[in-house]
Design a protein around this ligand. Structure first.
Ligand SMILES: C[S@@+](CC[C@H](N)C(=O)[O-])C[C@H]1O[C@@H](n2cnc3c(N)ncnc32)[C@H](O)[C@@H]1O
Length: 246
């Protein structure tokens, strides 16, 4: 084990929420973030159907299940496999939520005829390059897709929660969310490390407005897939130039 690895492990061990998660048998320290967000904003309620985008290892799903209880339902999707849960009304599938074929798999699991959910939550993180600009842009790309999915999957008046890495495109993103929801807030729960750039967007009461294709920030995706950070940085610059000309 290298020195860096050791330092990382030590830091985690010292972490209060990491220890608490272990003690209370939550799969991740992130569980406490959703608990705190829900205490403040009341986005998930008993009996509701919740869709979790980027759910592994399943800490948010455990908390969602605690809130929705026996009568609710929790569906998760992640690129990584998720260990099965001990409840019948909690299921996770392995896959990329940005692909339509996987959204169809999710629809099949939704236990109602209209195939709609009450809440969409996303704690998804993009691959971290270590370059602030790139990670922020990737995060905006991912949460924009999550927002699109929310508009397609939510019942009217449903709620949406998404993690975003803070940066200069956040205001545009919040304005975009405001087009589709009655109330939008940005917050950072106590369980989120101060030094991390993450914030959470809370959107309440989906208006039912259909997704407008022009709202998708698409350009990044292909380059990201190729894993070419230099090209991606160039694309982001072009994107900003275009925006400032508008
Ligand atoms: C911080 S973790 C989520 C932790 C989770 N909320 C919990 O409490 O256990 C972020 C997850 O997002 C997933 N992710 C990122 N992009 C994704 C995508 N396009 N499709 C599915 N999952 C994705 C990653 O695989 C990772 O497991």
């Amino acid at each position: 084990m290298g020195r860096k690895d050791k330092r990382w492990i030590l830091q985690r061990k010292r972490d209060f929420y990491y220890k608490l998660a272990k003690k209370l048998k939550y799969r991740s320290r992130a569980s406490f973030k959703l608990m705190q967000l829900n205490e403040k904003f009341n986005v998930i309620k008993p009996g509701k159907i919740v869709l979790d985008l980027g759910c592994a290892p399943g800490g948010w799903m455990q908390v969602a299940r605690e809130i929705v209880g026996d009568k609710g339902f929790v569906i998760g999707i992640d690129l990584q496999p998720v260990k099965p849960f001990e409840y019948d009304n909690v299921v996770a599938i392995k896959g990329d939520f940005t692909l339509e074929e996987n959204l169809n798999k999710i629809r099949e699991l939704i236990p109602n005829e209209e195939k709609k959910v009450d809440v969409v939550i996303s704690d998804a993180s993009p691959n971290i390059s270590g370059f602030w600009d790139i990670d922020h842009a990737r995060s905006i790309d991912l949460v924009t897709t999550a927002l699109q999915i929310a508009t397609e999957m939510l019942k009217e008046r449903g709620n949406f929660v998404a993690k975003v890495f803070y940066g200069d495109m956040i205001d545009d993103y919040v304005n975009l969310v405001k087009k589709y929801f009655e109330k939008v807030y940005i917050t950072k729960p106590q369980a989120s490390r101060k030094e991390s750039a993450e914030v959470y967007v809370i959107a309440k009461r989906y208006t039912g407005k259909k997704w407008e294709e022009e709202d998708k920030i698409k350009r990044i995706k292909k380059v990201e897939d190729e894993g070419n950070d230099e090209l991606l940085a160039k694309k982001i610059k072009e994107m900003r130039k275009l925006k400032s000309k508008k």
